[in-house]
Design a protein around this ligand. Sequence first.
Ligand code: AMP
Length: 283
Amino acid sequence: MKIINSIEEMRATLAPLAKAGKVIGLVPTMGALHDGHGSLIKTSVKECDVTVVSVFLNPIQFGKNEDLDKYPKRLEADAKLAESIGADFVFAPSVQEMYPEGDPLTLVRDESLECLYCGAYRSGHFRGVLTVVAKLFLITKANKAYFGEKDYQQVFLIERMVKDLNFDIEIHRVPIVREASGIALSSRNEYLTPEEKERALGISKGLAQAKAAYDAGERGVARLRDIVLKAILACHGQVQYIEVADQKRLQKCMGMLKADEKAVILVAAFFGKTRLIDNIELG
Ligand code: AMP
């Protein structure tokens, strides 16, 4: 396993492998790796000949008052974890390497969904994500890339970007990895005090209760949202949004879901100062 910091070296390393017909898998991350990232890496190692894990804390996807400065950083431990799962390369460029001209002038944007759900509260976030992911696709020329369903809106937008811009890459979704308690693994869980973490279970509990209600026949959007809301409020969480969207277009659902409509409940909530997101598919 090798850590590579320069774009030029990453390209020079991967080009002969691609030429030799090796299937290259890419797992983009911001570091502070946990078993959720591990699951993406494992899937890539299984399905590809070469796995590149990128570790890049992308400043342009963070708002001014967000947690860029305090985001956990531990490249060595990340590289060890990636290696233990079978990754071949960790690509860890500096900000200067990725944005030598300063903030990019050319950005990839989705004009429709960037203002919904997380995008409504994190202005500029998704254009930062899409731009850096596009750069990583162009740098690695990977054949497949792996993204977690934990960031449901993100993987949806990346799939759409690949279609819209004809990127020659397959996007693979990997299911959410949760702790035994139900809480979705996240690098940001490290910000939580033990007491906040206990309370944060309200999110996954609420989502599980809403899914149980859906499976029992509940199709009322307001009632499904209310189940999640009550569970989070009972744990003294602060809800940012709870929305039900259709899986196909990720548009907000209102009224009653159709009997066989595939939907997803998307949630963001604060416990203390920490903002957590989660979701669950229905149908
Ligand atoms: P991040 O480092 O938070 O940007 O995440 C990098 C990738 O790991 C993204 O595709 C995330 O969706 C994915 N990921 C993060 N947490 C989880 C999780 N608990 N389960 C599955 N995938 C995850």
